[in-house]
Design a protein around this ligand. Structure first.
Ligand code: ZN
Length: 392
């Protein structure tokens, strides 16, 4: 399979880069929408569909999907996802599905099932249908997958020429999941605007497509942040009691659609460069969710920008239970070895250099320590009860 690099298609090295916006073909969200999946699939005109799902997911949402497909006369062929979005796992499912000639692949579950589903569908040249069962990250709407080694270390990113044909988000399912997942999704989504804003304002910045962001993508990021500031803690409180209401609907859309389109087409910056680099430290990688690391990354980005929003974001994160100082990621400001590893890894990521100022390893470390100081002060004032409720 030839690797696909969007910049080769969209950007001409002799010309200023164009602005490009990508998104899923259709995004459907609401209570109980999973039960109408077969109806949405009629838009794709398929006679059979593969279903990639975890063992646990097969017993719950998977069973609902297979039942509805059967009723609609669509043959459903399921395969069990074994937990890691690695090349061997992807190839195994490609071999399994290829002779079955499925018309599309449905990936139902968390971020890794979705990423694996996209990779498999691309190799089979069929559309992918994404059914997220968590709102913990910005992955569902995008046209890229993070590929891991079999040991679970992030290895590379694969890009695809098309975004999902359908993204179907059943908010009743999301509301049944643990509150910590929704809150992590809030952390991931809150970075969207701050990162898109940096990319919009810095003419040298490039999005994940290797091009310039549209005003539209930046505006989506802004609407995402406003939605979270207004409804984030209410939605978290509702999900803690497994209640689906208007706040949950709004925040799920922010975490999934606005954050997804916003990051892919609006661009990333230091918040994600750091979030992806915290995983270099095993204790952080093993204990914390992506969105929780993004929250701390956002704090550091805002510190580097000397943004007036730094305090506002930190207070909000504290209220919903996201990490706001190094101790809340099991790190210490005194452990310079670990901080050096993290800041060096972040500096090595091109997205770190979407920031408007020169970014060095030491300026990243400085920003992390400044963010830590602010977070510590806020945690001492507001307490850390929300954080402690979510962390095992
Ligand atoms: Zn993210």
């Amino acid at each position: 399979m030839e690797p696909y690099f969007p910049a080769d298609v969209f950007a001409d090295p002799q010309q200023p880069p164009p602005k490009v916006l990508v998104s899923p073909q259709r995004y459907i969200q609401g209570p109980g929408v999973i039960k109408r999946l077969a109806s949405y699939l009629s838009l794709l005109n398929v006679k059979s569909a593969g279903l990639l799902v975890s063992e646990r997911g097969l017993a719950t949402q998977g069973a609902v999907v297979l039942d509805r497909l059967k009723t609609a006369g669509i043959e459903g062929l399921s395969a069990r996802f074994n937990g890691e979005c690695s090349r061997p796992e992807i190839e195994m499912h490609v071999e399994h599905f290829r002779p079955l000639q499925i018309g599309c692949l449905i990936a139902a579950g968390g971020g890794k099932v979705i990423d694996a589903g996209r990779a498999i569908a691309h190799r089979l040249s069929v559309p992918v249908v994404v059914v997220p069962t968590l709102a913990s990250n910005d992955a569902p709407c995008s046209a890229l997958s993070v590929i891991y080694t079999q040991e679970g270390v992030a290895d590379s990113v694969e890009f695809y020429p098309v975004n999902p044909a359908l993204v179907v988000v059943d908010t009743d399912v999301i509301a049944q999941a643990d509150e910590r997942f929704l809150v992590a999704g809030i952390g991931d989504a809150m970075a969207t605007w701050y990162e898109a804003r940096v990319c919009q304002n810095n003419p040298l910045a490039r999005t994940s497509l290797g091009v310039r962001p549209t005003i539209t993508a930046c505006a989506i990021g802004e609407a995402c942040a406003h939605t979270l500031y207004e409804f984030g803690d209410k939605a978290a409180a509702s999900v803690s009691e497994n209640i689906n209401d208007d706040a949950v609907e709004r925040v799920v859309e922010a975490n999934t659609l606005m954050s997804g389109v916003g990051f892919e087409s609006g661009g990333l910056a230091l918040a994600h460069a750091l979030a992806l680099s915290f995983t270099e430290i095993t204790s952080v990688h093993d204990q914390y969710l992506h969105g929780e690391m993004v929250a701390m990354g956002t704090m550091a980005q805002l510190a580097m920008e000397k943004s007036a929003d730094a305090r506002k974001a930190a207070i909000f994160f504290a209220k919903v239970g996201l990490p706001i100082h190094l101790g809340q990621l099991s790190l210490s400001p005194k452990n310079h070895k670990e901080l050096d590893v993290i800041s060096a890894a972040a500096e090595a990521r091109p997205i770190a250099h979407n920031m408007p100022m020169a970014v060095t390893q030491s300026s990243i470390k400085r920003a992390l320590l400044d963010a830590h100081e602010l977070g510590l002060e806020i945690a001492q004032t507001l307490g850390d009860s929300a954080y402690r409720r979510l962390q095992p």
